[in-house]
Write a protein that binds this ligand. Structure first.
Ligand code: AVJ
Length: 320
């Protein structure tokens, strides 16, 4: 099942941006690296492998919900509507919806990466030759104009993958509020959100047997060596996934096994034995909690579906 790197703030930023963020993040008293840097070519390939792991339930569960509910979900897309996808990397999921949404006026993938948009357009055109595809290159965490061609047409946003979970609460509300601004009041949003569940199950999903998630996390250090000529001894760091019940989130860290120093862009960065570098948040919600969060951003809950095990949720919201 194909599910490429999610978008939001997380698509192929350039090396200068990586250099700046890494220096800042590793110079702070509590070290961290922004999660958007996980998705270079190697990281995106590892993420695709993660989505196929037996322990990693989110992708296959959301896909199953969308497959089973596609006809019902498509009822929200009357002829003449426009489907706007935030991030264009989730072809399988998008195609499940498009297959049931007949006579859409257009499909508008929004992505910060021109390459991702070109890919998405080619893929969709191949299967839905009649569909008008209007790609928008831009950052949907900021105000963004949609093509004038869709002015006045009813809009349906699509933001799958629980990408929203990467953001802290405040940032998630800000992103959702910005989406209201992009799609306009009266528009709807189909959005996937991972659910709270047994802690062991969560940890297994982020610390798999095969070590793919560990490789995904450690790739940040390899990337620093490749792109910035740093000298991280990658074998001297461990992958760690924890669950923070207070914030309802899985946190990923890289943990220094020993006291060590690393050369990075002319600076020496010291790591104490056992010191952690935070690399990703993955928030988990309950249905009401997510609806409340969306409500603070100006979205009213309309519908929600989950799987039989209540692992994952797909919400339909309406912009007030
Ligand atoms: C793409 C943000 C949804 O948080 O589950 C998977 C990323 N990180 N395994 C998630 C991820 C480690 C993933 N999201």
């Amino acid at each position: 099942m194909r599910d490429t790197a999610p978008a939001a703030t997380i698509t192929a930023p350039d090396t200068a941006d990586f250099a700046r963020a890494l220096l800042a993040g590793l110079s702070a008293p509590a070290k961290s690296i922004p999660c958007r840097f996980l998705y270079d070519a190697a990281g995106s390939a590892l993420f695709e492998r993660i989505t196929e792991l037996p322990e990693y339930y989110p992708t296959r569960t959301e896909t199953r919900i969308l497959r089973e509910r596609a006809v019902e979900i498509a009822r929200d897309a009357a002829p003449g509507n426009v489907l706007i996808e935030f991030g264009s990397g989730s072809s399988t999921k998008t195609e499940l919806l498009l297959a049931e949404m007949h006579q859409l006026y257009a499909y508008v993938p929004v992505d910060i990466s021109p390459a991702a948009l070109t890919d998405a357009q080619a893929r969709i055109k191949q299967r839905f030759a009649q569909l008008r595809v209007l790609p928008v290159c831009g950052d949907f965490s900021h105000p963004l104009a949609l093509p004038a061609e869709i002015d006045g047409r009813p809009r349906l946003g699509f933001f799958p993958g629980s990408t929203i979970g990467n953001l802290t609460e405040l940032a998630a509300v800000a992103l959702l509020a910005n989406m209201v601004g992009i799609v306009g009041s009266g528009a709807r949003l189909i959005i996937g959100a991972d659910l709270k569940k047994d802690e062991r199950r969560l940890i297994r999903a982020y610390d798999d047997e095969e070590g793919v998630t560990a490789a995904f996390n450690l790739n940040l250090l390899k990337r620093a060596n490749r792109e910035l000529n740093a000298d991280f001894d990658v074998g001297q760091f461990d992958h760690l996934a924890t669950y923070d019940a207070r914030h309802g989130r899985v946190d990923l860290y890289l943990v220094s096994q020993t006291h060590q120093t690393v050369n990075l862009l002319g600076k020496r960065i010291a790591f104490a034995a056992g010191e952690r570098v935070h690399t990703e948040h993955s928030h988990k919600y309950d249905i009401e909690g997510f609806q409340e969060l969306a409500g603070r951003a100006g979205w009213r809950p309309l519908k929600v579906w989950t799987d039989a095990e209540a692992l994952f949720s797909v919400h339909v919201l309406e912009a007030a």
